[in-house]
Design a binder for this molecule. Structure first.
Ligand code: MLC
Ligand code: AMP
Length: 505
């Protein structure tokens, strides 16, 4: 009788009085206290009437309690569904309905909006604020700190993470206990994490990187984290002397490099810097080494697969590459049309198979069949090649996707909103180079003949429906979209035309 994820990552530390979370106010939470809190929350979810396999949708600010709620879900066999704090009510409404979540946890400010959604679906709403207040925390505080951990199979679902799609409709990626546990253990091992490590954690915990990579790896090793609410340059620089490792998206590293306080002295004691979620420019890799004498370790992953590849801890961390497939992960480069494997050095779509690969998309068997082959290989939508030394290079994407500051933005989602606006014939949304976010969003709008759509009103409409990070940084009007002989919009032509629009002044 076991619960692999809970036993492997959390329960194993139940009696440890060593630090787990170091907070900004100078306080520390031990592993033992963290788990006692999680256990009280687990008791509360049982009292609310939740059963193993039920979904818990969570849109809260990053806090120790928010992480404890994740641990509580693992202990209770509930499926944790974390949601970006930037999502609008329109977006949330879809996720809650699609997942059939029976408990929604949000902060006090969103309670009214989410209660209206919950009423329609029969879900319960509890609140959890960044400062630890709220109805969930209040009720949990009166609960016992012992709980009989719910039995789960390795193949049972532990989390549901929504990722947008090229059709504009988001899909819930079903991640099992084994997906999360195997990847955490592999990464902790590959990156030599131990209980002495102190990870500087400034990522959000509603995505794979901050939750399943940073937090799970720390848990797998029994180490601790300096747990920051968000990326704040002054805080990072001030706290770096107390850390041994850091994980971040490339924007973290370019922002650090832009600051003169970020020096070789400041980082000389650090053991490891890891980057992922978006391409790290070879130029940034080089500047980082020049400044600090550290070579950033770049790895490659996705919501559907956790981590697939990593540069080596020992051995050459090669700039512009994402390293080698992780142990037990198979990676091949295939032809997009036939799925046939391509010889070394050729560019094709990246497919991966292994214990890290998800179980499919929630209640979308057709979408699952399109992307997850019968033989277990997942078609990532990324384009890559493997060099003669075995390093994987990501050279592009086979999917229309923009990655801004590590957040994924699917143009289709924005185009659907723009196309509905008065006076608009059609639109095309593209990603362009941006000095801070790597890429950012430009919306190209084609008016109906004789009409001149109001761009400000269009931006208001976008704000109403979509999270801030998805908003086009600019809208431009054009008479017509460039098309090829088949009538397909040539986004590459638009990207060439506007490529310097967001370049550094
Ligand atoms: C914030 N804004 C963004 C943005 N983040 N806009 C576009 N892209 C982003 N990533 C908005 C803000 O709302 C704000 O709006 C304005 O841009 C300026 O904000 P800022 O203060 O400069 O941003 P900041 O709060 O500092 O956030 C930037 C960031 C953050 C890079 C630190 O976005 C971040 O933590 N990103 C990490 C994302 C992540 O964890 N991805 C992992 C996905 S998992 P306004 O209204 O003020 O103009 C995955 C798998 C894998 O991909 O392999 O890991
Ligand atoms: P997400 O769906 O948010 O998990 O984003 C996954 C996508 O991020 C991948 O399919 C890649 O396109 C991209 N990605 C993640 N890590 C890297 C990396 N190191 N280099 C380039 N792209 C990356």
């Amino acid at each position: 009788m076991t619960n692999p994820l809970y036993d492997g990552l959390f329960g194993v530390h139940a009696d440890k009085r060593t630090p787990f979370l170091h907070l900004l106010d100078g306080t520390t939470i031990t592993h033992q206290d963290f788990l006692a809190n999680a256990t009280r929350i687990a008791n509360l979810t049982a009292k609310i009437g939740l059963k193993p396999g039920d979904r818990v949708a969570v849109q809260v600010q990053k806090s120790p309690d928010a992480l404890a709620l994740y641990a509580a879900c693992a202990q209770s066999g509930l499926i944790f569904l974390p949601l970006n704090t930037a999502y609008t009510v329109d977006e949330l409404s879809y996720f809650i309905k699609d997942s059939g979540a029976l408990l929604i946890v949000c902060d006090d400010r969103s309670k009214k909006d989410l209660s209206a959604i919950a009423n329609r679906s029969g879900a319960t709403v509890e609140t959890l604020n960044a400062d630890g207040s709220g109805s969930l925390a209040e009720q949990a505080s009166g609960m016992p700190s012992t709980f009989s951990t719910v039995d789960r199979d390795a193949d049972d679902l532990a989390a549901l993470l929504y990722t947008s799609g090229t059709t504009g409709r988001s899909k819930g990626a079903m991640l099992t206990q084994a997906n999360l546990l195997s990847n955490a253990r592999t990464l902790a091992n590959e990156w030599r994490f131990t209980s002495d490590d102190v990870l500087l954690h400034a990522l959000p915990i509603f995505h794979t990187h901050g939750l399943f990579v940073a937090s799970n790896v720390t848990l797998a090793a029994g180490g601790s984290m300096i747990f920051l609410p968000k990326f704040d340059l002054d805080q990072i620089i001030g706290l770096m002397p107390r850390a041994t490792t850091m994980m971040g998206v490339p924007t973290f590293y370019t922002r650090l490099l832009d600051d003169v306080r970020f020096t070789r002295d400041l980082t000389s004691h650090m053991r490891l810097f890891v980057s992922g979620s978006a391409p790290l420019l070879a130029e940034t890799h080089g500047q980082f080494e020049e400044r600090t004498n550290h070579r950033i370790l770049e790895r490659y992953g996705m919501t559907e697969t956790n981590m697939n590849t990593s540069n080596p801890y020992e051995g050459e961390r090669r700039a512009g590459t994402v390293g080698f497939p992780l142990p037990d992960v198979e990676l091949k480069i295939t032809k997009s049309d036939s799925g046939e494997a391509l010889p070394e050095g050729e560019i094709g779509q990246i497919e991966v198979r292994g214990p890290n690969v998800f179980k499919g998309y929630w209640r979308m068997p057709d979408k699952t069949a399109d992307e997850l082959r019968q033989d277990g290989f997942f078609i990532t939508g990324d384009l890559g090649q493997i060099d003669s030394d075995g390093y994987v290079h990501i050279v592009g994407r086979n999917k229309d996707l923009i990655i801004s500051g590590g957040y994924n933005i699917y143009p289709k989602e924005i185009e659907l909103v723009l196309d509905e606006q008065p006076g608009v014939l059609e639109s095309a949304v593209i990603g362009l180079p941006h000095p801070d976010f790597g890429e950012t969003v430009l919306g190209v709008v084609i008016p109906k003949v004789g009409q001149s759509p109001d761009l400000d009103k269009m931006m208001d409409a976008v704000s109403q429906s979509l999270a801030r990070f998805k908003h086009p940084r600019r809208l431009v009007l054009l008479n017509e979209l460039p098309r090829n002989a088949m009538g397909k919009v040539q986004k590459n032509v638009l990207r060439d035309q506007y490529q310097n629009i967001f370049a550094k002044a």
